[in-house]
Write a protein of this length. Sequence first.
Length: 433
Amino acid sequence: MNAIRTDWVARMLGVLLAFHAMADLLRPEFIPVNPGSDVIAHEPSFWSSFIHLVVTLVVLPLSLWAGHFGRCDLTRSGWFALLTTGLLLFVAISLIQVDTIMPLIYFVLLAMVLLAALVFASTDLARDGGFQNMLAAAAIGYGLILFAAIVIGEYSFGRLASRAGPTNLGLVATMCLCCSAAIEHPRLRWGLIALSALTLFLTSARGAMVTSFAAALVMIVIAIARCEPRRRMGYYALFLCGVLTLPLLIPYVVEDLLRVDDPRRGLGSGLTGRSEAWGQALRLFAENPLTGVGYRTHETYITVATSAHEAYLAVLAELGPLALLIYLFLIVGAFVRELIRALRSGDRASIASAAFMCAFILIGFTENMALATGLPMPFAMMFITAFAWRRGLRATLADNAKASARRGPLMLTTSYSAEPAMQPDQSKGRSTA
C-alpha cells in the first residue's frame, strides 16, 4: 500500500513539473526582444506567475506525503543536503545588502523546492520506480505543451512563439526529449521525440537545438554501451557514417537551421546582445567580488538585455565565486553520477537524468538557467540533482549489475535505491524486506 501511495505522489510531481512549464502559455502574445528594440523585458501575466507559485507551494507537502509513506531517510541524500545548504547560506548572505522584499520571497521559495526535492529523493523508491514514473509523467506533460503550442500557431519572424516564446518552447522540447527516455512504451517514447524535434525546428531555438543534440548523443552513447556485444560494431558503423555526413550538412545547419546570418539574432547582432550583457555581469562581479549583488537581483543592473543570459555569470554576479564553485560541483557531479549509473545499469531514469543534466549544463552558457524556481528547467533540475546525489551509488550499481547478469544484457532495471529487494520468506509464505 505504501508503494502505491508513493507511486501516486511520484506521478503527481511529474504532472506538476509539466504544469509549471504550461503556465508560460498563459502569457500575453509574445513580443521579440532584439538589440535596439523598445522592448527589453517580458513581463509574465498574473496567471502564469500564480501557477508558478501554486506549483512551488504544492510540491513540498506532496514530498512530505511521500516521505511519510515511503520510509524517508534523509541520510540517503546527505551530499545533496550539504551542497544545497551551502548554496542557501550564500544566498542568505547576499541578501543582507538587498533592501527589497522580492529577493527574500524568492529565497524562501528556493528553500522550499530544495527541501521538497531532498525529502522525495530520500524516500524508498526501490520497488515502485517512483523517480522513473515522475520523469515519464513530466515527459508526457511536456509533450502536451508542445502540441498545444503548435496548435495555437503563433509565429514571430517565422519562429514558433505561441505566447511562451521560441526560446522557452525550445527548452520545453529539450526537457521532453530528455525525459522521454524514462518512458517504457516505445511508440509513445518515439512520438515524444519526434514532437520535440519538430518543435525545435519550428522555434529555431539555437541553444535548445545544441543542447538537445548533446543530450541525444548522451542517450546514443549509453544505448551503444549497453547493447549486446555482437551488435555493437554495427552501431559503431552507423555512428561513424553519421559523423562522416556531418560536413555535408554544415551549410544547411549554419544557414537554414541556426540562421547565424540573421541580422536580428545572428553573429552580427553580438549574439542577440548577450556579449554586452556578459560584460555587464562581469563588471557586477568585479564591483562585488565576495558576496555578489544579491540573489535574483542582477537583472536590475543589466541594461542591454533581460538578464545576463549566462547562468554561471549570473551566479557569480549574484552570489560570488564560492557559491559558483558549489553550484558547479552540484550540477556537474549530478551529471557524472547519473552517467555512470546509466552506463553500468541501463536504468531508464538514469538515462533520462544524464541527458537532462548534460542539456542543463550546456544551456547555462547562453541562458540564465540556474536557481530560479520560476523557470521550468531549473525547477526540474532540483529534483533530478537530488536523486543523482542520493547515497549508495556503488551499492546501486552492484545490485543493477547482478540483475543485468541474471536477466540478460538488454534488461533495463528501474531500481534506483540501494535498499534490498523484497525476497520471499519460504518458511512463513510471505514477503520480507
